[in-house]
Design a protein around this ligand. Sequence first.
Ligand code: NOJ
Length: 557
Amino acid sequence: MKTRWYKDAVFYQIYPRSFCDSNGDGIGDIQGIISKLDYLKELGINAVWLSPVYASPNDDNGYDISDYKAINPEFGTLEDWKQMVAGMHERGIRLVMDLVVNHTSDEHFWFRESRKSKDNPYRDYYIWRKGRGKDGKKPPNNWTSRFTGSAWKYDAATDEWYLHLFSEKQPDLNWDNPKVRKEVIDICNYWLSMGVDGFRCDVITYISKAEGLPMGKFNPVMCGDEHFVLGPHIHEYLNEINRESWSKYDTMIVGEAIGCKVGDAASIIAEEKNELDSAITFELMEVDMKLNFFPVKLRLPKFKKVISAWQNLPPSCWNTLYLENHDQPRSVSRYGNGAGIYRKELAKMLAVTLHFLRGTPYVYQGQEIGMTNIALKEEEYIDIMATRIFTIIRKVFPPLMPLARWAMSKRARDHARTPMQWSGRPGAGFTTGKPWMKINPNHVDINVENEKKNPSSVLNFYKKLISLRLGNQILRDGSYKEYFPKNRSLFVYERALGKQRYIVICNFKEKNVNLNAIDMGARGAELVLSNYKDAPKAFTDGQTLRPYEARVYLQIK
Ligand code: NOJ
C-alpha cells in the first residue's frame, strides 16, 4: 500500500563526502552521519536523501558506481550502513538512496566484461557502435557529453565506440536490453528489502535512446537531447520497474528529470501513471544559468513564472521543491548578496519562499546555516565539471579563460561540496585530518555551533519553519495563487484551504521595497513568521519590506 508519506515530509540531502568525517581521513563517512542523527532530528526533518555511498572509483564522486550492492570502503561497511538506517528509522526519519542507473562506472564488472569482445554476454549491457566515416575514425554521432566533448569513446580492443553521456568513465547502460532492466529491478529490491524507503533516480529522463541513435541538432555543448530526453520507451521502462519493485514497498521515487519541461511533467509523475512520484526539474535553475554552467542575470518575474507554472500542475502531480543540492551553487550567493551584511535575512527569506509552496521541500546540507559559495583559485577546483571546462577552454580559446573563471566562481558544483561547517575550529568540526576539499574560511563565523547558540540564527529559523510546515494541511493541500507577477522585487503568493489562507511576501532585493496590497483583501491578517524582529503584526494594504524581508500572514475568514 502506497501511503504517499512524502507529501508530509521535509527532506535533508546529505552529500556524504562532505558531511562529517568520523575517522580523521578527511572524507565524510557513514559513522559521521550516525553521529549527526540527533542534529537532524532536532532540525525537524523526517526524510533524508543520501547521495551515493556505493563502491566507486570516484571519477564523479560516487555517481560512477562499480558495485551497486557494496558500500564504498571510504564511507564504511554494510554494517555501518545498517546501523545508520536503524538510527534514522528509530528517529522517524526515512531514507531515500541515490539510484544511478543511466550509467555505471567503467570499472563495473559488467563493463569490464562488455569491452572484452563483441560476443561477450555483457556486450549488450552497453551501447557500442562502429565509428563513422570511411575509416571509422569519427564518433558514431555528434552527441555531446554533459561534461563537454563527444559523448563517445573509442575502444581499440574491439574497434568500436561506447556511449557516455557523462564522463568516459561513466558508460551508458543499454536499457533496451531486458537483462539490464532486470538487473536494475534486482538492485532496487536488494536495498528495499533492507529497509530503504525510496530512491532518487539520477538522470532518469536519459535512459531511453532513440532507435538508430540519430544525429542531433547542432549544439556545441548539449547536443542530442531531442533523441534521449524522455526517449521512446521511458514510460514503458519506468512502469516495469515500478511494477516489479517500487510498488511492492511503501516507497517514494523521485526522478532527476533533466530536460523535462512543465508540459511533460504529467506524463511521468501523475499518480495514475505508476512511474515516478515526483521529479527534480531544472527549469528554475535555468532561469539564471545557461548551458548548465554559465550565469545570467536573475529576472524575478521569470523566476516566479517558472515556480507558478510548476505549482499549477494537475492535482495528481506532486512537486519537488529545492534551491540547492550538490550540483548547484549556494543559494545565498546565487540569489542575493551572500557575502553582505544581510546574509542571514537572505537565507531565511529564501527558506520562506520555498517552504510555503506545494510539494516536498529539500534542505541541502549547510543550507540550514546559510553556507555560502567559496572563493577558489583555478587550481583549487576539484570537480570534473569545472576542471574539464578549464582544460577545454585553455586548449581551444585561451582568451576566454577569465570568463570561464568568472563563471565557475558563480556556478561551479564545487561551491556546494565544501565540507559542512560544524564549528569555528580548524577542520570546521568536519574532520580532524586533512579535508578532501578546501573548507570555506568563513566557517569561523558561519557554523552550527554558533547557530545553535543564537536564538535568531538561520538554523533556529529553519527549525521553526519546518515545524510549522509538517502536518500543516493548508501547506500540503491548499491552492496556490501568485500576486503581482510582474513585480521585479517581490514574490507574493497565497496558499489557501477552506476558510484559511497564508499570504507570503518575500523581498528579493537588498533595499526597501513598497507593496501596495489593497487588492489582496487581507487587511488584518495575522503575522505568523518573519525574518525581522519587528515586522507589523497585522497585514496592512501598504507595506514597506526591508532588505530581503519575508513576512507570512495567516488570514482566517
Ligand atoms: C546528476 C548528479 O546529480 C550529478 O552529480 C552527476 O554528475 C550526474 N547526474 C551524472 O551521474
